[in-house]
Ligand binder design. Structure first.
Ligand SMILES: Nc1ncnc2c1ncn2[C@@H]1O[C@H](COP(=O)(O)OP(=O)(O)OP(=O)(O)O)[C@@H](O)[C@H]1O
Length: 624
């Protein structure tokens, strides 16, 4: 039985850094309603600058392994990829992926068109050429095979044999990623590949969105496998894999206008890209206990390509128009982070006679930061923070009213935190985004079930069931039917007469129209949380006993702290610790200011019950 071993290749003892190239697509003037010029400009073959959003007379500069300007040809972009291809003939893995916002040119870069073929056809042609050029006297036989799949709505679908079957992703004992059941076809030349690839690409899920007429709704992954077998004993066999990936674009749904199925797809796309971000953060931290590869199918599949055993090239596609400014800025920052990931290539080999496995030098997740000098961008951003210049009017586009707030919040957040905090905060933000998305999905599912339910139960009983449904969704929507309101008012009076509330009477004595609070020595936050966790009158309508103006004043005070408070000020709120305070800051960055107090339930872990406890503690505290 052949045994698979991982042997370190003498020629590749050095680590291999992810090479990051940035490609700027040509300006599409007619798409820019305000007819402004480009916001990004190339400086030379490695450097570019983007307008500083704080002051349009300044720019922020970035340095990458390669910068491809608007006039770059497909062949020139391919030259960034070409050097990694020979490795797959030596049993090593390589990966090329196009990353960037929707409509920025990823599919153009990877697939291209018949007259302007992209990286994928050029790379496959090159691999075929390299295999053909191998000297017979070296004593190895080569075979090339291909698989092609898409990750659509977190499902792995075979594009060569389309079906709705969600294929599993597995890992072998050498940490190679495998997809059992995925079609694998042998190809002997480029035209063999082309015959399979072109029709299979039509199976990929695409749709029209406001930002791209033919937007990829999935991540497309082409796998080219080169197996070489030694003719003589011990018939060593080496397998090299090349992943060529056209990622779906990150989407801001306020601008795509996505709804229904498009919105669901977008949720899955953004979720997997957020996870990709988290993986990059973990790898960069170098001390991560666990790199969250398994949190999305995309990152699970890229596990042996990012921070793993592959030679990788990331092509970040960006668009020059002002309306894409925020996406461009985020994509450039992500690309900057990715420069720090170091891969450790090794050769995968099987032999005909049993040999003891050679232990891989280190675990994948140890391939952390390379200790590159701090990015100049950060320095530039700091400089602009100090000068306090006013934001450019360019960004007050009517189509994107909150971009400025998001940028300001993001920057403020980054500036206020220590490096370690920054990292954990970024992780928290990504985590919250994921959870928010999941909650939204659940809520939608719940709503449609409820609608179906009320339809099934008929007209007469409909209102009753609807009321029941409204009650059960109350923690998310904070809307109350008249029926529930009445119940709550009752609850104000009733509990005062029963013994269960005895401990709380010691805490607060509240009369209508006037407020009188008697406190014992204990901390409010300790007292408002009943020890047995049961609901009591404090949980069900206590605020109705307070003077409305006092109550409103306290609520405004809390809202003000939530919206403007620094980390320290947030932590001074009752029930808010360090982690929650960071999550609130993160939530502010994603969703903007909290319009009403109930919006704080968007924060991860802030359930309706916790929110109610939080409110009680803080209102009582605000009242002194
Ligand atoms: N370098 C380029 N030269 C000419 N046209 C380009 C270039 N890059 C992109 N385009 C054009 O811009 C449009 C959007 O590009 P493309 O579909 O490749 O974007 P994308 O990033 O793949 O978007 P999505 O994530 O929505 O799939 C297409 O019409 C494409 O032909």
């Amino acid at each position: 039985m052949p045994q698979r071993v991982a042997v370190s290749d003498g020629a590749n003892k050095k680590t291999s850094r992810v090479r990051v190239a940035v490609r700027l697509r040509p300006f599409m003037g007619n798409q820019d309603e305000n007819d402004e010029g480009p916001c990004v400009k190339g400086l030379d073959s490695q450097n570019l600058e983007i307008i500083n959003w704080r002051n349009a007379t300044e720019t922020v500069k970035y340095h990458f392994d390669a910068f491809h300007g608007e006039q770059t040809t497909q062949q020139e972009v391919f030259l960034s990829v070409k050097p990694i291809l020979p490795h797959i003939l030596n049993g090593q893995n390589a990966c090329v992926f196009a990353y960037g916002p929707t409509g920025a040119g990823k599919t153009h870069t990877m697939m291209g068109s018949s007259d302007q073929p992209g990286v994928i056809p050029r790379a496959v042609r090159e691999v075929c050429k390299l295999v053909k050029a191998k000297d017979d006297n070296e004593g190895w036989d080569y075979s090339i095979g291909m698989s092609y799949l898409e990750i659509y709505n977190e499902k792995v679908l075979d594009l060569l044999s389309p079906s709705s079957l969600d294929l599993p992703i597995r890992e072998d004992k050498d940490k190679n990623i495998l997809i059992p059941g995925l079609t694998h076809t042998t190809i002997s030349c480029f035209s063999d590949f082309d015959k399979q690839f072109v029709p299979a690409s039509l199976n990929r899920t695409t749709a029209s969105t406001k930002l791209n007429q033919r937007s990829s709704r999935s991540h497309a992954v082409l796998l080219i496998k080169v197996v070489r077998t030694q003719r003589a004993l011990p018939h060593r066999q080496q397998t090299g894999k090349l992943y060529l990936i056209d990622l779906a674009g990150s989407e801001d749904n306020r601008r795509t206008g996505n709804q229904g199925i498009r919105l669901k797809e977008s949720g899955a796309i953004n979720l997997s890209l957020f996870t990709l971000n988290k993986v990059v953060d973990s790898l960069n931290s170098g001390t991560a206990v666990r790199v969250p590869y398994r949190d999305s199918k995309l990152t699970r599949m890229l596990q042996d390509s990012l921070g793993g055993s592959a030679h990788s090239v990331m092509i970040t596609n960006i668009a020059p128009e002002y309306k894409h400014y925020f996406d461009t800025f985020s994509a450039l920052n992500f690309a900057s982070k990715s420069k720090l990931i170091v891969n450790k290539p090794f050769t995968c080999e099987t032999v005909a006679v049993p040999v003891l496995p050679v232990k891989r030098a280190k675990e994948d997740h140890e391939a952390g930061g390379s200790g590159e000098p701090p990015k100049k961008r950060q320095k530039d951003e700091k400089k602009t923070e100090q000068d306090g210049s006013s934001p450019s009017s360019h960004f007050h586009s009517s189509s994107e009213p909150s971009v400025m707030e998001r940028l300001i919040a993001l920057e403020k957040l980054m500036m206020n935190c220590q490096d370690k905090d920054k990292l954990s905060m970024l992780k928290d933000v990504a985590q919250s985004r994921m959870e928010i998305q999941e909650l939204k999905e659940k809520q939608k599912e719940f709503e449609s079930n409820a609608k179906l339910f009320s339809r099934l139960t008929g007209e007469g009983s409909g209102a009753k069931h609807e009321a029941a449904f409204k009650n059960s969704t109350a923690p998310l929507q904070r809307k109350q039917s008249a029926a529930t309101k009445a119940n709550r008012q009752q609850a104000v009076v009733q509990p005062l007469q029963v013994s269960q509330i005895q401990p709380l009477q010691q805490l607060v004595v509240v009369k209508k129209q006037s407020v009188c609070v008697k406190k014992k020595e204990k901390k409010i936050s300790e007292l408002v949380e009943p020890p047995d966790g049961k609901e009591n009158f404090m949980e069900t309508g206590w605020e109705f006993q307070l003077d409305t103006s006092v109550l409103e004043h306290s609520r405004q005070k809390i809202l003000h702290v939530l919206n403007t408070g620094s980390l320290k000020e947030l932590k001074s709120l009752q029930q808010i610790g360090d982690k929650k305070a960071k999550l609130i800051l993160g939530c502010r960055e994603i969703h903007g200011l909290f319009i009403k107090l109930e919006d704080v339930m968007k924060v991860e872990g802030m359930t309706a019950k916790r929110f109610s406890t939080f409110m009680k503690a803080n209102i009582l505290s605000a009242m002194g």
